[in-house]
Design a protein around this ligand. Structure first.
Ligand SMILES: NC(=O)c1ccc[n+]([C@@H]2O[C@H](COP(=O)([O-])OP(=O)(O)OC[C@H]3O[C@@H](n4cnc5c(N)ncnc54)[C@H](O)[C@@H]3O)[C@@H](O)[C@H]2O)c1
Ligand SMILES: [Fe+2]
Length: 401
């Protein structure tokens, strides 16, 4: 039985309104002179990239902007970003955008430092050493990539989302300015926000760290549930319960935006130490084949996976219900736990997350393949509180169909 757990996050985190103004002095202090900014044309169109590029140029740094980021980035986009980086030879790579651009920055930093292609580093702990320093400035409130050890790429050949996980992918610096999220469309806010909720729920309902069964010599991308992760995840759940609907309805509501940015970042710290599990395992093949956003896919699946995990995590779900604002006083634990599922279903309806797999174009005959692909992602299956077989996964998908 394991007796220890560990904790990692970004090297430095700066959080709050107008934090973006600190990017230039923070990069100067670290002695960086050549910055590759990985972003996309939507963010350039909103003038968000200029808020970073202009002060950097005024301060005399060499700046190159790669603007071909795309939602759920493909290997092809990564190959282009890596090509640009190899020509420019940056001493830091700054991911500006949602999880998609931040992840593109991360895989670029790994391939530039160690050579080869992004696929050489797919999976857990395959990056052999430090990468080009990564700086992340998120413009959505969802993925937590600004603090996490993960980068997700869509591999069109296998129609799968594929993760690269390594503590070398933790950014040296994360600058989280909630004001940058105010131009997100309601759908982006909703999808990324429910991704943050999924991270927090999967982190604090994962297998306990001392129950994680590893082979001799094996290490895991995730430590399992532990007390520090619980603190962060529970706070994140409460913040999502309080702020997500408002952030979707009133994009310029600064209180709601700040609440969601904080929720996403601390949920990112929680999941990237403790776990994401079956929701993410099932989303990877579904997102890869049906081209639904990561957040919408996770949000769709979340209550069905919660139902499956309920017997193993009744007390945690009862607590989650209260954190989401449900009045569970006087209820027995099982009834209170069921209210957590009901609360997530209600939240989904309020922010427009699809309810069923058939609503996003899935066919019933695809479900066995989704279950088979999900069951192969051992690092996610092994940290779920119930050890799910392929037929359990199919059962969850059928309930969600
Ligand atoms: N690395 C991790 O730890 C991690 C965790 C979860 C998810 N992910 C990955 O992150 C990706 C999803 O990221 P996301 O949910 O942040 O969305 P996203 O990065 O895909 O962005 C979605 C869209 O919103 C636009 N956008 C972003 N910020 C905006 C702003 N402020 N104003 C206007 N438009 C804006 C983008 O240009 C894009 O078109 C997926 O690929 C997912 O697999 C990574
Ligand atoms: Fe996620």
């Amino acid at each position: 039985m394991r007796t220890t757990w560990q904790f990692h996050t970004a090297g430095e985190l700066v959080f709050g309104a107008e934090a973006v103004r600190q990017v230039t002095p923070l990069l100067l202090r670290r002695g960086f002179g050549r910055i590759l900014i990985v972003t996309d044309r939507v963010l350039i169109g909103h003038g968000i990239a200029d808020q970073i590029v202009d002060p950097l140029c005024r301060a005399g740094l060499s700046v190159e902007v790669f603007d071909e980021g795309e939602p759920e980035p493909t290997l092809q986009a990564a190959t282009r970003a890596i090509g640009r980086a190899r020509e420019f030879r940056p001493d830091a790579i700054l991911g500006l955008g949602g999880g998609s651009n931040m992840d593109l920055a991360k895989v670029t930093a790994a391939a530039v430092a160690h050579g080869g292609a992004p696929s050489d580093y797919f999976g857990w702990d395959r990056i052999p050493g430090p990468v080009v320093p990564i700086v992340c400035v998120p413009t959505t409130s969802g993925t937590g990539s600004e603090v996490s050890h993960a980068a997700v790429i869509t591999d069109s050949a296998s129609a799968m989302k594929v993760s690269t996980l390594s503590n070398y992918l933790r950014p040296v610096l994360a600058v989280v300015d909630p004001d940058l999220t105010r131009s997100c469309l309601p759908k982006v806010t909703a999808d990324s926000g429910i991704d943050a909720l999924t991270h927090a729920i999967e982190a604090c309902t994962a297998i306990d760290f001392d129950q994680l069964a590893l082979e001799p010599g094996e290490t895991s991308a995730y430590a399992g549930r532990h007390p520090l992760g619980d603190c962060l995840a529970e706070k994140a759940i409460e913040l999502v319960g309080r702020h997500l609907v408002m952030a979707v309805r009133e994009p310029n509501n600064r209180v709601a935006r700040e609440g969601m940015s904080l929720a996403a970042t601390i949920a990112g710290i929680a999941f990237s130490n403790c776990a994401v599990a079956l929701v993410h395992a099932l989303e990877y093949p579904i997102g890869g084949e049906l081209h639904v956003s990561h957040g919408a896919g996770n949000g769709l699946l979340l209550p069905y996976v919660m139902r499956y995990n309920l017997p193993a995590r009744t007390a945690a779900f009862a607590r989650i219900a209260a954190l989401l604002g449900e009045d569970v006083s006087g209820m027995d634990e099982w009834a209170a736990a069921e209210r957590a599922i009901a609360a997530v279903e209600k939240l989904k309806r309020e922010i427009g997350i699809p309810e069923r797999i058939r609503d996003i174009g899935g066919r019933r005959d695809q479900l066995p393949r989704f279950a088979e692909k999900a069951s192969s992602i051992r690092r996610l299956i092994m940290v779920n509180p119930r050890r799910a077989t392929q037929s359990d996964l199919l059962g969850i998908l059928e309930s969600a169909y």
